[in-house]
Ligand binder design. Structure first.
Ligand code: 0L1
Ligand code: MG
Length: 228
């Protein structure tokens, strides 16, 4: 583990970039910067994503939500989700192997991915408006890889760390959204043919459309929208 003394946005970005590049754990930013707050976390994230995009000749290909389940929110003692950016260069093509040596301590999460047909721009986006903007749904897998030792962090730390995003895979198979109840879409997560977890869309804030509306409104608070 590397001790971190970063107390400015730029220094924090450098620490996180170093951890990603060298595949090593670092101490939480908040250890040396106890007043690090959510707003500063999002500023660090934005700068980190810009730098990663420049380094990888990439661009944000999607947005992720994290901490959407009641269990994870309780663990972190928070009452709303967080968001991070998914880089196009970090998309793992369906069926492609993922070399683990490129990562620090990866974990896999089954996810529901939604394809937007229209831009969603808050504030004031409702679940019904969010639902109407969805063109299709896909099954996805996220590989999270916190840059912090033992996946231990505060809310501001994990926001700064682009919500632990590392890789993502999205099915090429898309289910048209018309008539689809996102709450009852199911996922069966298997490891080497053994079922290790199951879940339903309703685990996402009771209805994934609420998650999407939350994201549109949170992005609006940062002067941004969710593009189509
Ligand atoms: O829900 C998630 O995608 C995870 C967000 C960050 C928290 C973690 O790394 O466990
Ligand atoms: Mg996730």
């Amino acid at each position: 583990m590397t001790t971190v003394a970063a107390q400015t946005v730029d220094a924090a970005v450098e620490e996180l970039l170093g951890a990603i590049r060298d595949r090593r754990e670092i101490e939480q930013l908040s250890a040396a910067w106890p007043s690090l707050d959510e707003a500063t976390g999002y500023r660090i994230q934005e700068r980190l994503v810009e730098r990663l995009c420049a380094d990888e000749h990439s661009h944000p290909g999607g947005i992720k939500l994290g901490l959407t389940s009641a269990v994870k929110q309780k663990q972190m003692n928070v009452d709303e989700p967080i968001y991070g950016m998914l880089l196009a260069s970090r998309l793992v093509a369906e069926g492609e192997p993922l070399p683990l040596a490129a990562l620090i301590h990866p974990k896999a999460e089954p996810e529901l991915a939604l394809v937007l047909g229209t831009e969603l721009r808050g504030p004031g986006v409702t679940a019904a408006q969010a639902r109407a903007g969805i063109a299709s749904a896909c099954v996805a897998m996220e590989i999270i890889d916190s840059r912090f030792t033992d996946f231990k962090f505060t809310l501001a730390d994990v926001i700064a760390d682009n919500t632990s995003a590392a890789r993502h895979a999205v099915s090429t198979y898309r289910v048209p959204a018309a008539g689809l109840d996102l709450r009852t879409l199911g996922a069966v997560f298997e490891k080497n043919g053994e079922v290790v977890a199951t879940g339903a869309g309703a685990a996402v804030l009771g209805d994934p459309a609420l998650g999407l509306a939350w994201l549109a409104n949170k992005r609006a608070a940062h002067g941004r929208s969710i593009p189509a």
